[in-house]
Design a protein around this ligand. Structure first.
Ligand code: GLN
Length: 539
């Protein structure tokens, strides 16, 4: 087993996760089995309780783990199926150490960061290696070198490298090389300093990824190599990509990063066959068609809040040789000005997941607009609940129908909390989470989309379509097209007679890959392409 550790320097949000994933793509295409994991130095046990403004999307795994969005990159860029083992936070580390202390497992010794916390971290790496097997584990250390809370992780990987043996471990450091406009120059000093900081801890990276907006010229590369103590070919430019994040593996391969990594780790593997990847990137960058899809949410100004949804739309678009022009619509703006000015001209409307009632009336208005005007509609999780509320109000005539999440005293709780959920006191990790087996009912659009009866999809919610209203909804023409095998909970709905009106209680966006787009996204984009949008109003 070989171990690669990726650290970040100078600033956060460097795209380290993307670089690590891109390297994983290349190694996988060289025939290696690659496992990925993320260490996050924050004290939350997982990001499940964090606000999207703090953290962006919470990425859910098959086993229900609520994880960092970088794990989304890992699953999209490789074929490993990750579990809760693959995302370790300081919160988890300390929780485990303190539980052991209370249980008397340290036999009266003083419990300290070194060795107890660092041992806990090292054990996790070993556990992943043991349980998941594989040839290479890539571990990304979140945060920036120099952060106080990151130190135990860095110390742990330093120790780990000695124990695992020099030939089996590779340190990669990704650092920002900023461009100073006034001097018209790329500056290497911040990178030098973050490398010095790492050396102080005892880590000497063998590969330096220079994150830059501009091409690195030879001088800059030489300087980084000199101060970083590495041969010049071990300084790799990771420039902002023009069109798509999926170009990154190709850019890294051009600079032979995968060759260098294999050489340094003594891995004999053939060159990767990048034909399919290139083909996919080609269709993302130069598609024949174009389609305009609106995403109506409340975090639309945040690049990362609906990350997996945007990626899944891109995958489906590439499959259909179409650029998906994503129009981000703020649900609250619709509440103020009505749906027309924001939604006319769209060929598809998607309502993503969410929590809390801010913006819900705007989402309901957008859903009604899509239903009445025959615009392809796709609702995900909260999006499905919104579709049910809208239908109950405007088709079944249940005025004021809503979810008990928004109004506990509503006369028509068409969406309500499951009984088990009512007993829950803790917030973290207690939703209906992860994979559930779902049965798709025969003669439905859902069955056509999936082409099979049983599916596994990932969940993250507390509320459900209320059993008491199912009959009334169905009598008015809403079809419940899939139900959970356990408990018969509504998992998908559709509107027969509408060009495409499909919603699901689960999150299909977590199961889409570049060359294997999710079937619902594929069908939605297909329907949107076939939909001739109304002209945009002049205002
Ligand atoms: N807030 C809703 C629930 O908890 C929907 C959650 C979601 O969209 N992920 O059921």
């Amino acid at each position: 087993m070989k171990y690669i550790f990726v650290t970040g320097g100078v600033v956060s949000s460097l795209g380290k996760g993307l670089a690590a994933s891109s390297l994983a793509t290349l190694l996988e295409l060289r025939g290696l089995k690659v496992i990925m994991q993320k260490f996050d130095p924050y004290l939350n046990v997982d990001p499940g309780t964090m606000n999207p403004y703090e953290h962006g999307e919470v990425y859910v795994l098959d086993d229900g783990a609520e994880t960092d969005l970088d794990l989304g990159h890992y699953e999209r860029f490789t074929h490993t199926n990750l579990s809760r083992l693959n995302n370790l936070t300081s919160g988890q580390v300390y929780m485990s150490v303190l539980e052991k202390e209370r249980a008397g497992k340290y036999q009266g010794r003083t419990v300290q960061v070194i060795p107890h916390v660092t041992n806990e971290i090292k054990e996790r790496i070993e556990e992943v290696a043991e349980k998941m097997g594989g040839d290479v584990i890539i571990t990304e250390i979140g945060g920036t070198v120099g952060d106080i809370e990151g130190l135990p992780f860095l110390e742990a990987i330093r120790q780990f490298a000695i124990e695992a043996g020099r030939d089996n471990v590779l340190f990669i450091h990704a650092a920002l090389v900023p461009y100073v406009k006034a001097a018209q120059e790329l500056k290497t000093k911040p990178t030098q300093q973050s490398l010095a900081k790492l050396r102080e801890i005892g880590i000497i990276p063998q590969i330096i990824l220079a994150r830059t907006e501009h091409a690195l010229d030879e001088d800059v590369r030489e300087k980084i190599a000199l101060f970083g103590n590495v041969p010049i070919e071990q300084v790799v430019e990771v420039r902002d990509v023009k069109h798509s994040i999926y170009e990154v593996p190709l850019k890294l391969h051009e600079q032979r990063l995968d060759d260098t990594v294999c050489h340094l780790l003594h891995l004999q593997t053939p060159s990767p066959d990048l034909t399919r990847w290139r083909h996919f990137v080609q269709r993302v960058i130069h598609p024949t068609h174009q389609v305009r899809i609106g995403v109506v949410g409340k975090y639309i100004e945040l690049q990362d809040a609906y990350k997996s949804i945007y990626e899944a739309l891109t995958h489906a678009g590439a499959y259909k040789d179409a650029k998906v022009d994503i129009v981000r619509v703020d649900a609250e703006s619709i509440e103020k000005a009505g749906p027309d000015i924001y939604l006319a001209g769209l060929q598809g409307i998607l309502i993503p997941g969410g929590f809390g009632d801010r913006g819900t009336e705007g989402k309901i208005a957008a859903t009604r607009y899509a239903r009445e005007k025959g615009i392809p509609f796709f609702g995900i999780c909260l999006g499905m609940q919104i579709a049910v509320i809208e239908f109950a109000r405007n088709v079944c005539g249940l005025k004021d129908a809503t979810s008990t999440e928004f109004d506990k005293a509503t006369p028509h709780p068409v969406i309500s909390m499951m009984e088990e959920q009512k007993k829950v006191k803790q917030l973290g990790g207690t939703m209906r989470l992860g994979n559930w087996v779902t049965e798709i009912l025969p003669s439905t659009q859902a069955r056509e989309i999936y082409g099979q009866e049983l599916i596994h999809e990932r969940h993250r919610h507390r509320y459900e379509v209320n059993e008491d209203y199912k009959e009334q909804l169905e009598n008015h023409g809403l079809r419940i097209s899939a139900v959970s095998q356990k408990g018969g909970l509504a998992e998908m709905i559709e509107l027969p007679g509408h060009a495409f009106f499909v919603a699901c209680q689960f999150h299909p966006e977590f199961n889409s890959k570049p060359n294997d787009p999710h079937p619902i996204f594929r069908s939605f984009v297909k329907a949107a392409l076939a939909h001739h949008a109304l002209p945009e109003p002049h205002c």
